[in-house]
Design a protein around this ligand. Structure first.
Ligand code: ATP
Length: 307
């Protein structure tokens, strides 16, 4: 079906003994989008991905990956998904190339070897070297290539750039954008917010086993509070400005400069400011990183009540 979600997860729960890792996850990833899965350490990202690929069994809830129930048909799901695990296990005795051949056999020989060679070149990886001689970053590159090599319609990548140097991180992100251009869906977890902001259209934020936000990256940023710094030519009493709905005074540097926080549209504030001679007016939106930290702050605040 053309319009079914690439991933549909509802009410997913999973405990490890007493640890309630997933407390009812609801998540839908649409076909053809790049979706960033964000959350602090231990939030449940890896557990969610493993359940979706039937590498571990959840306690409850439903999962469909490309319309398939992974518990009923795990082989079909794995054949159509490119998966990069967070903790990649490779065979030290093989070369990178032999490892890729081995995985390709398991996957029904669907790899595109021209693409594999292109990927190795772009990632600056020598496939002839034994895996035991590869650095950690180079092993991750083998993992990235095995996830991409059969040009899967869905990529599920657990921290794909973790452990790579900044140039290689950029290259991997370019590969994700290119995969999307050819019609693939990309679902990846990350701690690096700038990279999520750079490539993802939507993000899901998970905290303590629950999804706390799913939104477009730009929507999340637009919805957030802005900071405005105004420098006046003369001393100004900021009271009329702070009486504008949605405006709060953050700082008054001296009589001539104020920093305000603005929620919603700027129109009313601009009209109020126009009554004074203005030297400079700067406005700044928080980055995704700052927004994300507010979710982390909530996490610290709500830690005790959720125990
Ligand atoms: P990170 O960003 O640190 O990789 P994560 O969001 O991927 O974290 P998970 O690895 O899914 O989080 O872990 C969720 C919770 O489940 C954590 O409290 C973790 O300690 C616990 N957990 C994960 N795997 C196991 C396991 N095999 N046995 C016991 N507890 C586990």
């Amino acid at each position: 079906m053309a319009n079914q979600p690439a991933i549909a997860i509802h009410g997913l729960t999973k405990s490890y003994g007493k640890v309630r890792a997933l407390r009812g996850i609801d998540l839908e990833v649409q076909q053809g989008e790049i979706f960033g899965f964000l959350g602090p350490n231990g939030a449940g990202k890896t557990t969610t991905i493993r359940c979706a690929l039937d590498l571990i069994r959840p306690d409850g809830g439903s999962i469909r990956v490309l319309g398939i129930d992974p518990q009923a048909n795990p082989v079909a799901v794995k054949a159509r998904v490119g998966y990069l695990p967070g903790e990649l296990q490779l065979d030290d005795n093989l070369t990178g190339e032999a490892q890729l051949h081995f995985l390709n056999e398991l996957r029904g020989r669907k790899a595109d070897w021209h693409y594999v060679r292109e990927l190795a070149e772009r990632l600056d990886l020598d496939l002839k070297r034994p895996i035991r001689n590869l650095s950690k970053g180079n092993k991750i590159k083998v993992g990235v290539i095995q996830a991409l090599m059969h040009r899967p319609e869905l990529l599920m990548l657990d921290e794909p750039t973790f452990g790579l140097d900044p140039l290689m991180q950029q290259e991997v992100l370019r590969l994700l954008v290119e995969a999307k251009r050819t019609g693939a869906t990309v679902f990846f977890s990350s701690h690096i917010l700038s990279e999520v902001q750079a490539v993802a259209e939507r993000v899901g934020i998970i905290r303590r086993g629950k999804i706390v936000e799913v939104a477009g990256v730009q929507t999340l940023i637009n919805r957030s509070l802005r900071r405005v710094r105004i420098q006046f030519r003369h001393d100004v009493d900021p009271t009329p400005l702070t009486q504008v709905p949605g405006v709060a005074l953050l700082k008054r540097d001296n009589g001539r400069a104020v920093t305000l926080q603005v929620e919603g549209e700027m129109d009313a504030l601009l009209k109020a400011v126009a009554a004074y001679p203005v030297v400079d007016f700067e406005t700044e939106r928080p980055s995704l990183e700052e927004i994300f930290l507010t979710y982390y702050a909530d996490e610290r605040n709500s830690h005790k009540t959720e125990e």
